[in-house]
Design a protein around this ligand. Structure first.
Ligand SMILES: Nc1ncnc2c1ncn2[C@@H]1O[C@H](COP(=O)(O)OP(=O)(O)OP(=O)(O)O)[C@@H](O)[C@H]1O
Length: 224
């Protein structure tokens, strides 16, 4: 599904390049649940951003379903981004002024999903994450774990095939973190490909592959 070959990302300094990612080779199959682990600054977020088509400033080859990303027109890339990827962030990135319902609705509005279908998708997600009673609340009225559940609901509302999660449990207590990881396991069992960046080794146990990164490089890859 995803094939990265010799990916470099760097910043051009006055005298030399400083590498954020160097020589990344990584193949991810549909249905994988991959964990990127490594110390702060290892390049995990940078790699997720490239995979999720949020960052085009890199060298090397990125194939998504055998299509070379770099030669795609920006319209095509943006369509691919919208249809295939869902993003989850450590700090939830919900919109404070919107209710739970409206936050989940935003990606569907971007995709021009009709009103009736939107309502039915959101109702299903609220039900799934036991948030029906919370649908008219604002993010600040929810616990961190609940906010992240809304973040997940929003990310999967458009039924992306790939879910990218950057430190999804970084701000949560261990019980809430476990709940989030259980949801990931369920989504993965339903066929969603998941790529998460985390510092927490226990989160990696939910996945089937572990990729250890150090200083912008992949140091080790393991099957779990
Ligand atoms: N746009 C940028 N300009 C300059 N440096 C950058 C930029 N983006 C990332 N970096 C640097 O690249 C390195 C990798 O950053 P990245 O956020 O990908 O690491 P990370 O492994 O996700 O870290 P963390 O676990 O702290 O989130 C860091 O040293 C960071 O300062």
């Amino acid at each position: 599904m995803i094939q990265l070959s010799n990916i470099d990302k760097f910043i051009e300094g006055r005298f030399q390049r400083s590498f954020i990612l160097k020589g990344i080779n990584l193949t991810i199959s549909s249905g994988d649940f991959v964990t990127l682990m490594g110390p702060s600054g290892a390049g995990k977020s940078s790699l997720l951003n490239i995979i999720g088509l949020l960052d085009e400033d890199f060298e090397g080859e990125y194939l998504f379903e055998n299509q070379l990303i770099q030669t795609m027109k920006s319209k095509q890339k943006s369509a691919l981004h919208k249809s295939e990827f869902g993003h989850i962030f450590q700090a939830y990135h919900l919109i404070d002024e919107l209710t739970v319902f409206e936050n989940i609705e935003t990606p569907l509005l971007y995709r021009n999903v009709g009103t009736a279908e939107r309502k039915s998708i959101i109702a299903e997600l609220l039900d799934r994450f036991q948030m029906v009673a919370k649908k008219d609340l604002f993010p600040e009225q929810l616990s961190g774990g609940q906010q992240q559940m809304v973040g997940i609901a929003r990310a999967i509302a458009g039924k992306p095939r790939v879910l990218l999660a950057d430190e999804p449990t970084g701000n949560l207590h261990s019980t809430q973190a476990k709940e989030i990881m259980e949801v990931f396991r369920e989504l993965n069992n339903e066929g969603t490909t998941i790529i998460q960046a985390t510092h927490a080794r226990e989160n990696a146990d939910y996945g089937n592959r572990l990729v250890e990164m150090v200083d912008g490089r992949i140091e080790k890859q393991l099957a779990l």
